[in-house]
Design a protein around this ligand. Structure first.
Ligand SMILES: Nc1ncnc2c1ncn2[C@@H]1O[C@H](COP(=O)(O)OP(=O)(O)O)[C@@H](O)[C@H]1O
Ligand SMILES: [Mg+2]
Length: 495
């Protein structure tokens, strides 16, 4: 049986078809500058073949999630899953033969590469029983198989390039048919491009891309100049699944629309200059203190720095004249004031500066005068308190260890880490997403999960799910583990 996928019409007006069986064996490379119609072409191909063959789309921009509505693809938001989770998801997608969209929108380059590699790895590694044919479409493939090293870590590049090479070079035997699209052929790793036997070449401007295209197609470079004149949606086709000679074709319409449609021109809203001034020049929100993600932290250096910082904080001149009793009493009063501030409705979601002002006022009223903790100390106290840790816990010896480890994290994440550490130390169930979000001062469960992933990527914890979907978090160096806890539980854990 041969299945012909209707792609559109040839310039001569005949219908242009893609032989699906042949495509599975010989792979496809699509190239064309941004706006030439590659994603549209891929969408047409996916829609037309959806009834015939399992497919997956590695989707850096979240363009293809709309396929889910019409064709039932499962959308996997890569942001919500660990690399391990995605690898397993890839294996299961093959075992259960579910078509998927791997949405990598919103991740930085490093994480896009790592997670795409993990998912592709799962598709590739599945055991032989499940080697059914499958289309694996990668849009903007130069992101995953770059020709030269970029700003990402060597490890990420190696993983991603390895996965793409496996897909294009060794996938066939396992039923995987790679279909890759790129806007810049010169930016795509040569070995990955070279494995495709079918080409669809769209509008191309740069000489260097044109030259690469001509080489791949076995054309004279002069002939390749014609790629400059192609219109949007027009492609030159060549290959065993398409045509034995270069054939011009125009891609037909699609049933679904890209979610991120190109911005259209709209009339500008009417607003007075005064309104505009008020909106545009309003005072900026309080500074976000979270540092940029660090891709590969120098762990040792940071641990050392944190350790010496922790030692410096200890003896405070003003406190030395107070007796231990007086100190304890003062700490207790400060704790009470902190509790009062935190007990205000919505305190968990207010900017730290606002909370601190309120805290200072209350301390002054309580006659604490010059002994009011400064903002840094306040932030630390708040972090501990949000994580459900009293100042008594913080004094405990084992906690010195935990806080030194925590200090490699951005300050606003430390409380969450400590909360989890506490649960692990005591063998309590792992806090659910809602509790983590609350400790982070956020309403967003998604953000809570992202936060866990981030902490995991820093090498501090390992998250696992048990058979019942309950989460277990292990602290890497201390080897403390939480009891299993349902991440989706709505109830906050009892303190
Ligand atoms: N064959 C086509 N028919 C109709 N519209 C098209 C066609 N090809 C592309 N378009 C439209 O042109 C725009 C750019 O196409 P797109 O596929 O996103 O380009 P690329 O992925 O190459 O950057 C999109 O709005 C798309 O819907
Ligand atoms: Mg595109």
């Amino acid at each position: 049986m041969t299945v012909a996928i209707e792609m559109g019409h040839t310039t001569a007006g005949a219908s242009a078809a893609l032989d699906l069986e042949e495509l599975l064996a010989t792979r496809l490379l699509v190239q064309g500058n941004s706006g030439s119609g590659k994603s549209h072409l891929l969408r047409r191909l996916l829609e037309q073949s959806a009834p015939w063959v399992q497919q997956t789309i590695i989707d850096p921009e979240g363009d293809f999630v709309s396929l889910a509505d019409r064709f039932g693809h499962l959308v996997i938001d890569a942001d919500d899953h660990t690399e391990r989770g995605l690898q397993v998801a890839g294996e299961r997608a093959r075992i259960h033969r579910i078509s998927t969209v791997l949405n990598l929108e919103g991740l930085d380059a490093e994480n896009q590469m790592r997670r795409a590699a993990a998912f592709l790895g799962g598709l590739f590694e599945v055991v032989r029983d499940h080697w059914y044919p499958m289309l694996v479409v990668v849009d903007e493939a130069q992101l995953f198989a770059p020709a030269v090293a970029g700003e990402v870590s060597d490890e990420a590049r190696k993983l991603s390039l390895g996965a793409m090479t496996n897909l294009m070079c060794r996938g066939r035997k396992r039923g995987l048919a790679g279909i890759i699209a790129t806007q810049r052929l010169a930016k795509l790793a040569k070995n990955v491009a070279a494995e495709a036997s079918n080409f669809l070449m769209g509008r191309t401007f740069l000489d260097i891309d044109m030259a690469r295209a001509a080489d791949l197609l076995g054309m004279e470079r002069r002939q390749a100049d014609a790629f400059r004149d192609l219109e949007r949606g027009q492609f030159m086709a060549l290959g065993p699944a398409l045509s034995r000679r270069p054939l011009g074709l125009r891609i037909g319409p699609t049933d679904t629309q890209p979610r991120n449609a190109t911005p259209r021109l709209l009339p500008l809203p009417e607003a007075t200059l005064e309104d505009a001034r008020a909106v545009i020049l309003a005072a900026p929100p309080p500074e976000n203190t979270r540092p940029q993600r660090r891709s590969s932290p120098d762990l040792l250096g940071q641990l050392m720095a944190a350790k010496s910082a922790a030692l410096e904080i200890r003896p405070e001149a003003a406190e030395q004249s107070l007796s231990a009793e007086e100190l304890a009493e003062r700490r207790e009063r400060v704790d009470q004031i902190l509790c009062a501030v935190m007990a205000e409705p919505d305190a968990g979601f207010r900017a730290i500066g606002v909370l601190y002002q309120e805290f200072v006022v209350r301390c002054r009223i309580a006659g604490l005068g010059s002994a009011v903790p400064d903002l840094t100390e306040f932030r630390r106290m708040l972090t501990r308190a949000r994580a459900g840790l009293g100042s008594d816990v913080a004094e405990d010896d084992a906690w010195q260890d935990v806080s030194i480890r925590a200090s490699i994290l951005p300050e606003d994440m430390q409380g969450v880490f400590m909360m989890i550490a506490r649960a692990a130390k005591e063998g309590w169930p792992c806090p659910n997403d809602a509790a983590i979000a609350r400790a982070y001062g956020s309403h967003s469960l998604r953000r809570a999960r992202r936060l866990l992933t981030y902490i995991e990527e820093q090498g501090l914890i390992v998250c696992q799910l048990d058979g019942a979907g309950r989460r277990i978090v292990t602290l890497v160096e201390l080897a403390w583990a939480t009891a299993p806890g349902d991440p989706n539980a709505e109830e906050l854990p009892v303190d």
